[in-house]
Design a protein around this ligand. Structure first.
Ligand code: B3K
Ligand code: ZN
Length: 863
């Protein structure tokens, strides 16, 4: 909590740690409120003779310190709230410390804490320092052996590596001994102790080694871990084929816990997962849950090489492991579920979260150069833009040179804590290309704006493209340089025939002119195909040209993009008071044609049918007026619902299936299209549609269908909403993950009474603010995905969020900080809204006991 002005940490100040910790022996004597941790570190000096040993340690009760078995007296070391400092040490010695901690009081969910009566840990980024005194930094790699002692009621005692012993102790206690042969930084340490059920399987690696796989869950839940386990095996195989990476231990474990600050954690050999990203069966999980489980299980597994075997030198290099690992999980999902649909979903998420971040006061480079709390830098920029950079690298170098570069990286840096520079150098060497300009992508914040002008010379049958780029200033970076931007471009004729296949143009300066000959007729430009770079593109295309792309672009990403752009422009025109009714009819017609195209998959059609989201629209209009955007978007949706009513009802019927549930992408695509039809039809709630939607909800045989019916009924409001919500609550009140969905759907309720209802829900007996899933389901969903009600002109939505931030900050600063973002972009909103947002940020920032986490974000947001 705030006692002094927090200091920024700077990349430029990096110094290696002056000691190595060759081995680390930990002994845990587990008790919920009084756990003893004994640490024995074999230390060797690598820096200057006079350097003291400085270890991080917070909220630890120090019991004893000894060097080579000799207890130190209090005048031989200094201990304060953040560290233990020992001067006058020999060049090689064994340091033994003993501390006491209270896991049951740990509601910040960092370090060692209790969830549902069991012990678990979360150490990344800086949680290990609340477990024992240690150099809590990623460049100190050590070999760990761990002994855990606990009461018999904790049936499983787990840690990293291989189980090497276990046995009975007195007083109905027992122990387990674990050894991890791979040196690791302490952020990858993990411990779990609890009464668990296990789902077991095995995997044969490409070199023929057998790996035991274990997924640990709450008693009685093992069958719900089957999909995660199946995803794991597919991910293990995929990584061998796509990147040549084989698993290295004989055992790989995953544990699901209910109280977790984020999605999951890649601890060596012992991944810990938020149960929402692990447990699934058709009755309780939606297709989106299945999709996310597959992606996150893969992501954490892929970290075994990108993050664990090769880790980060310091936390400024976070994108080295996160950007690359996101790229790897996105590539895996594309192979599992279809490249276009996956790309559209990834780009939607990128724009909604990362573009918004890059356009506001919290904009930062993918490799930042300073921070106050590293916890605040697990951002969409580090993750999602970090992944886009790797994707561009692959586009620029080609698949073969990219693979050579990644092979070189794994070979050269295995076992090291390294930097983004070293990573890029591998690709430069493997491809023989100079990538020094490319490095600018890591250092420069902000989303480049690219424009393309097209000029056609009919006599010469030549087209000239003029491409320009510019990036607006971001905090601390007033002047921007041009970056190398790969732009995939193809040309169509006015009737939609292919005039020229895709070519990647590298826009590597402010302005570039490209001339293409042999273009037989006036072309329609299809640019940034597959979203080949994370930029905002504008072209001089007329709506007629966009309709050509919407109807015929062979690049399906751009076909979808054309539809989104048409819809967006219509919504923005209406929100600005100039509705284009003829244009709206034309759009609905074209959408109708796209929906009956037999060649297109249902999953793709579902994406075509979803209008641009309200947060996306807010980003495209300045100053943003969310209630007006909401009305305008609804008006276009109503027009589609009326204009295409018969078609939507037909598709809604056709997509219904009586077959046994399948989690396949194909079956999920049909459910997605059916739900997308329902979401449009609720804009025209006449008796027939209402009956149809009620039946959709009532007869849903799986959670995807049930939720697909519930949200439209909530949107319609009134008795339809109330009946459906109470039925749902009665059915699922004992299933925490489903109850989260019940809270979340009410967070998205667009009706005018939604804010009052959300506030009332924070008093509901099932609302548990100390559980991050429950808190986020209601509060984050409301603030991020219900702009029309969050931005209530009275400012009550902002006040509600500020109240929540302050309350949560009292016990869980990391989760509280994640709630700040919706207030952050106050400058982009109508001045009367922006002022009210700012007032609440000021109120938060002025709070006397604020955590560093919230303080950093609130201060930056205020600018
Ligand atoms: N590496 C973790 C994230 C840790 C977040 C710490 N604040 C999960 C992941 O990205 O895979
Ligand atoms: Zn990750």
């Amino acid at each position: 909590m705030r006692t002094d002005t927090p200091q920024a940490v700077r990349l430029a100040d990096y110094r290696p740690f002056p000691f190595t910790i060759e081995t680390t022996r930990l002994v845990f004597d587990l008790h919920p409120s009084q756990t003893r941790v004994k640490a024995e570190l074999a230390v060797r000096r690598t820096g200057a003779k006079d350097e003291p040993l400085v270890l991080n340690g917070e909220r630890l009760k120090l019991v004893s310190v000894a060097v080579d078995g000799e207890g130190l007296s209090a005048n031989q070391y200094v201990v304060d709230a953040e560290r233990l400092t020992i001067p006058d040490l020999p060049d090689q010695f064994v340091l033994t410390t003993e501390v006491e901690i209270d896991p049951s009081a740990n509601k910040a969910l960092m370090g060692l804490y209790m969830s549902g009566g069991r012990f678990c840990t979360q150490c990344e980024a800086e949680g290990f320092r609340t477990i024992t005194y240690f150099p809590d930094r990623p460049d100190v790699l050590s070999r760990y052996s761990v002994r855990i002692e606990a009461g018999r009621e904790f049936t499983h005692l787990l840690s990293n590596g291989n189980l090497v012993g276990s046995g009975a102790l007195e007083d109905n206690r027992f122990f387990a001994e674990w050894e991890d042969p791979f040196p690791k930084p302490c952020y990858l340490f993990a411990l779990v102790a609890g009464h668990l059920d296990v789902l077991a399987d095995k995997f044969l690696t490409m070199s023929g080694r057998e790996v035991a796989l274990r997924v640990f869950v709450d008693p009685g839940q093992a069958s719900r871990a089957a999909y995660a386990l199946d995803s794991l095996k597919r991910a293990m195989k995929w990584d061998e084929e796509a990147f040549g990476r084989e698993y290295d231990l004989d055992l790989f474990m995953i544990v699901a816990v209910r109280d977790f600050n984020f999605g999951a954690m890649e601890n060596k050999g012992l991944n810990i997962f938020n149960s929402s990203l692990l447990l699934a069966d058709p009755e309780t999980a939606t297709d989106l849950d299945y999709e996310r489980i597959e992606a996150v299980v893969a992501h954490e597994y892929f970290h075994n090489w990108t993050g664990n075997r090769i880790t980060c030198r310091d936390w400024f290099q976070l994108c080295l492991k996160e950007g690359f690992t996101v790229f790897r999980d996105q590539s895996f999902s594309a192979d599992q579920r279809g490249a276009t649909v996956q790309r559209i979903k990834d780009v939607r998420a990128l724009r909604a979260r990362q573009f918004a971040e890059d356009a506001g006061p919290l904009a930062h480079p993918v490799r930042p150069s300073s921070y106050m709390k590293i916890d605040n830098f697990y951002t969409a920029t580090i993750y999602e833009k970090g992944s886009e950079i790797i994707r561009m690298l692959k586009t620029i170098l080609g698949a073969e040179a990219f693979r050579k570069g990644s092979d070189l990286y794994f070979e050269r840096h295995d076992g090291q804590a390294t930097t983004v520079e070293a990573f890029i150098e591998c690709f430069a060497e493997a491809s023989g290309r100079d990538l020094s300009d490319f490095f600018g992508w890591y250092e420069q914040a902000g989303t480049p704006a690219v424009t393309i002008e097209t000029a056609y010379d009919a006599d010469a049958q030549a087209v000239t493209l003029t491409l320009t780029q510019s990036t607006a200033p971001t905090p601390g970076q007033p002047d921007k340089k041009p970056l190398p931007i790969p732009i995939a471009i193809g040309l169509l004729s006015e009737t939609g025939a292919v005039l020229r296949d895709t070519e990647v143009v590298l826009l590597d300066r402010n302005t570039l002119t490209v001339r293409w000959d042999n273009v037989a007729s006036e072309p329609v430009l299809s640019a940034l195909r597959g979203f080949s770079a994370p930029v905002n593109l504008s072209t001089d295309a007329r709506p007629a040209e966009r309709y050509v792309l919407f109807g015929s672009d062979p690049d399906l990403f751009n076909r979808w993009e054309a539809g989104q752009t048409l819809a967006r422009d219509l919504i923005l025109a209406r929100a600005a008071g100039a509705p284009d009714e003829v244009g709206e009819e034309r759009y609905a017609d074209a959408l109708g044609r796209a929906l009956v195209d037999d060649a297109a998959e249902p999953a793709f059609k579902a994406l075509l049918l979803a209008l641009p989201s309200e947060p996306d629209l807010a980003l495209m209009s300045e100053p943003a007026d969310p209630p007006a955007l909401h009305e305008a978007r609804n008006a276009l949706r109503t027009r589609v619902a009326v204009h295409l009513g018969d078609l939507l009802r037909r598709l809604h019927g056709e997509m219904q299936s009586d077959a046994e549930f399948s989690a396949s992408a194909e079956a999920a695509g049909r459910r997605a299209l059916r739900n997308a039809c329902a979401e449009v039809l609720c804009s025209d709630p006449h008796a027939d549609n209402l009956e149809r939607l009620t039946a959709h909800f009532n007869t849903g045989r799986n959670m995807t269908d049930a939720m697909g019916g519930l949200f439209p009924l909530v949107t319609i409001g009134g008795p339809a909403r109330d009946l459906a919500l109470s039925k749902f609550h009665r059915a699922w009140r004992n299933e925490p993950l489903v109850l989260d969905k019940w809270f979340a759907v009410q967070g998205r309720d667009p009706n005018e009474d939604a804010l009052d209802r959300v506030i009332a829900l924070t008093k509901h007996e099932d609302f548990e603010p100390t559980n991050p899933n429950r808190l986020r389901a209601l509060v984050s969903t409301f603030a991020n995905f219900n702009p029309a009600r969050f931005h209530d002109p009275s400012g009550a939505g902002y006040r509600f969020l500020a109240d929540q931030i302050l309350a949560v900050d009292g016990f869980n600063p990391m989760t509280a900080a994640r709630l700040v973002e919706p207030l952050g972009n106050w400058r982009r909103y109508k001045p009367e809204l922006g002022k009210l947002m700012r007032e609440q940020l000021e109120r938060v920032a002025a709070h006397p006991d604020l955590s560093k986490n919230v303080l950093e974000l609130a201060t930056k947001a205020l600018g």
